[in-house]
Design a binder for this molecule. Structure first.
Ligand code: ATP
Ligand code: MG
Length: 772
């Protein structure tokens, strides 16, 4: 046996050595799923499979790079260069560069990031003269996004009365028209948004059989990590590509499915066996990551979920310390506790800071932790906040670079046409935009033909516009035989961006210059790495694609000696010796927005399972008695998840406090409600994720008092003034009308038709309804 295969246990070796066919590896956290994929690729290559024929899809590009690095060590780096590895978005963006012309896209199409998409939607809403308080752009975008991920095109939307009605009920009857305008606008700008990368790939593979055949032949071996979190659009792509050879290996853990809110569909994992002929199912049971205490505690948590596949996870690792639970008075104290604990642990054990991670449920929680770490001079890095590439000065440079490749890119053009200031005003741009719409051309094309159309723009301004066009064209020529770094350096100088910032002279201005320098350094590294690892030239086009799809996890430098701060969602697949899970409070973790059904609560529990299983040596759970939320100090209750852990794995550093919502925790409150929910509320394909509570609802939520068990037993709907026809308001579902009441006392249930379209059956003692 080759030496590297001995670095696997027998259960791991089995899927690695099965060269052909469809297989699924379902296994708990830390059991080596990602390792199996990595070694499987190495093995395939050792069996003569051309790396050119292997496609591997990962959750982050960083994970792909690490896998590639490991494979290079085993089989040699020149062999590994031709492997296709990356996220769904990055891999299919590449394919669309080759094939997008069939759908009318230029090969140098721009990838719009979320900010760009938001900006286009705002412009569309404004041009349609719709009320921006009714048509909130973020909400509109998230609906459009969920349609795209369910493959509901504009045409399909207008053929679907139900969807149109749902949007009308949500007071957005023009949503379809916005969708249509948004799509047209992006198309005209030669741009795809993130969801298009999947949607258009699907379109390509269904409309052009020869293209499908080409990529089926090319990707004879397909591997997918974190399969539990694929959405419908991704699922269909994998299915189509692997249909011919059926050499597909997916790995995942249903217990770690945490992206349902973004359309991930756990059925993809559950139905895998039906999708392919002769599927082999493998299970891994031994965890190599964590101590016995952590593994067993995590098992005791996930057992509480009813919807799950039975799995065994055990470890031969040491018993380890118990999980430490700590309570503080405020979130400030919580931050200080974490900081001093990290300080001491690092000191006592002579550890680098990158052995530590602080995980939280929501980004807003990072501030208190940051403050405390800063006071202690502990270096840290936040992931998932405003990423480097979202900073203004960086976006400015990138906008110029985008224009070089695709001058039709409207968002980029609007950003820099008058920055640095060149005396091209708003009115001029509006005139040009109107002309562009009229001639159905891009703004840049109109600017190139100003002498042919009469736009009432004075000679001086016209000259400035022409200068801008000439400048971009000169960059395009420069770009022809220079690499990404050289082009960017040239652009930063010639556009006057750097001079502008130097003139500024403020500390912010200086910080901006430094950031641009950092960008240039990064580009230089990129060019070198690209030549080294991927055998390409490091062109501007390659760089921009990398940037458009970069998450800041991707930019992590492994040698950074910093504490990692991130949300639990981002931590999936990662591991750290010491993990602090902060904000272990009811309404926060589990999130108050995700406690209305068993399904939602179970997703929160899976999220907690993910958090806990990131820890190798030691886990800490911290909570506070009061916390600032929504600008107010509120009383907090310890999370039910702490109590759900078998007590023998816990060590309380501070006296244990009871959760006053105990009735809610112990009672199987969702059982009956859920059955009706399953029937009534089964989400239809394309139903957008329900929106979060409004400000008013949140205010109400804050006022809620714990329910005492006595009132529960004697619950009387009449005394609460509830009857058929009563109009009520629910903290989450909004206003609704009671259609029927059934059951008695504590079991009384009401069927309520909510205005937002939902019909729900709720157990009244928990529903917290307000009579209107
Ligand atoms: P997750 O569900 O969190 O994504 P996973 O199942 O993908 O976890 P890996 O990340 O592949 O698990 O492995 C967890 C850790 O255990 C890694 O550090 C890995 O290198 C190590 N490991 C896995 N298998 C073995 C083995 N056979 N021998 C030694 N170490 C192993
Ligand atoms: Mg993994």
């Amino acid at each position: 046996m080759q030496e590297y295969l001995q670095q696997l246990n027998e259960a791991q070796r089995a899927p690695v050595l099965q060269k052909d066919g469809a297989m699924i590896v379902i296994a708990g956290a830390g059991s080596g799923k990602t390792r199996v994929l990595t070694y499987r690729i190495a093995y395939l290559m050792s069996q003569g499979v051309d790396p050119f024929n292997i496609l591997s899809l990962t959750f982050t590009n960083k994970a792909a790079r690490e896998m590639k690095g490991r494979i290079s060590q085993i089989v040699g780096s020149s062999e590994a260069k031709n492997l296709w590895m990356g996220t769904f978005h990055s891999v299919f963006a590449k394919i669309l560069r080759f094939e997008g012309h069939r759908l009318g896209y230029p090969s140098n199409f721009t990838i719009y990031d979320t900010q760009d998409s938001h900006s286009v939607i705002r412009a569309v809403i404004k041009e349609m003269q719709l009320d921006k308080d009714v048509y909130k752009y973020k909400q509109v975008y998230s609906r459009i996004s969920s349609y795209k991920n369910s493959l509901i095109t504009v045409k399909a939307y207008f053929n679907n009365a139900e969807l149109m009605e749902a949007d009308a009920m949500a007071k957005m009857p023009r949503l379809g028209d916005i969708y249509n305008n948004y799509v047209e606008r992006c198309f005209k700008a030669g741009a795809m948004d993130f969801d298009d990368l999947l949607l258009k790939t699907n379109e390509l593979l269904t409309r052009f059989p020869e293209v499908l055949m080409h990529y089926q032949n090319r990707f004879r071996y397909i591997l997918v990590d974190e399969y539990q979190d694929t959405n419908h659009s991704q699922y269909l792509i994998v299915k189509a590509l692997s249909d011919r050879f059926q050499n597909i290996c997916v790995v995942g853990d249903d217990a770690q499915s945490i992206y349902a809110f973004r359309g991930a569909n756990i059925n993809n994992i559950l139905n895998f066996q039906k999708d392919y002929d002769d599927v082999k199912m493998y299970r891994l049971e031994q965890n190599y990551r964590s101590t016995k205490n952590i593994v067993n505690a995590a098992n005791s948590i996930i057992e509480k979920n009813k919807t799950r596949l039975e799995k065994i996870v055990w470890t031969a690792n040491d018993e380890g310390n118990k999980i430490k639970v700590n309570r503080t008075m405020t979130d400030g104290d919580e931050g200080r506790f974490v900081a001093s604990s990290i300080f001491e642990t690092a000191m006592n054990n002579q550890l680098n800071h990158n052995n530590f991670a602080v995980l939280y449920r929501t980004n807003a929680q990072s501030r208190a932790i940051e403050d405390a770490l800063r006071k202690r001079d502990i270096p840290y890095r936040i992931y998932g906040g405003l990423s480097f590439y979202q900073r203004k000065e960086i976006k400015d440079v990138i906008a110029y670079l985008r224009l070089i490749l695709n001058p039709k890119d409207e968002e980029a053009l609007k950003r820099v046409i008058n920055y640095p200031a060149r005396g091209i005003g708003q009115t001029t741009m509006e005139r040009i935009t109107v002309a562009a719409n009229h001639y159905n051309r891009s703004i840049f094309e109109v600017m190139q033909n100003l002498d042919k159309i009469n736009l009432k723009i004075n000679k001086g301004t016209q000259g400035k516009l022409e200068d801008f066009v000439t400048m971009i064209q000169s960059f395009q020529i420069f770009n022809k035989n220079q690499d990404a770094f050289q082009v960017a350096e040239h652009v930063a100088k010639k556009t006057g961006l750097l001079q502008e910032l130097k003139k500024d002279g403020t500390p912010e201005g200086i910080a901006r210059i430094e950031n641009i320098e950092e960008l240039l350094n990064g580009m230089r590294d990129f060019v070198e790495e690209q030549k080294e690892l991927a055998d390409t030239t490091g062109s501007l086009a390659e760089f921009l694609e990398d940037v458009a799809l970069a998450t800041d996890l991707d930019n992590e430098k492994g040698d950074d000696d910093k504490v990692a701060l991130m949300t639990v969602h981002l931590a999936k697949g990662l591991e750290f010796p010491y993990v602090y899970i902060v904000g272990m409070e009811e309404d926060l973790f589990p999130s108050g927005m995700n406690m209305n059904s068993r399904a939602e609560l179970e997703e929160e529990r899976r999220l907690f399972y993910v958090a806990l299983t990131r820890a190798e040596k030691q886990a800490f759970l911290t909570y506070t008695q009061s916390r600032y939320r929504w600008g107010k100090l509120i009383d907090a209750e310890p999370s039910r998840f702490i109590e759900e852990i078998d007590e023998s794995f816990l060590e309380y550093l501070t006296p244990k406090t009871e959760n006053r919502f105990k009735t809610l925790i112990d009672a199987d409150i969702f059982d009956e409600v859920d059955k009706s929910k399953l029937r009534l509320n089964k989400p239809k394909a394309g139903t957008p994720p329900s929106k979060g509570p409004s400000e008013a609802q949140l205010r109400k939520l804050r006022r809620l008092k714990p329910v005492s068990s006595d009132t529960n037993k004697n619950f009387d709907p009449k005394a609460a003034n509830l009857d058929i026809g009563t109009m009520v308001e629910h903290v989450r579902f909004g206003k609704g009308k009671i259609l029927s009441i059934e059951g008695k006392g504590a079991d009384t249930k009401a069927e309520i038709q909510f205005e937002n379209g939902g019909l729900k059956k709720l157990l009244l003692r928990f529903a917290k309804l307000e009579v209107l």
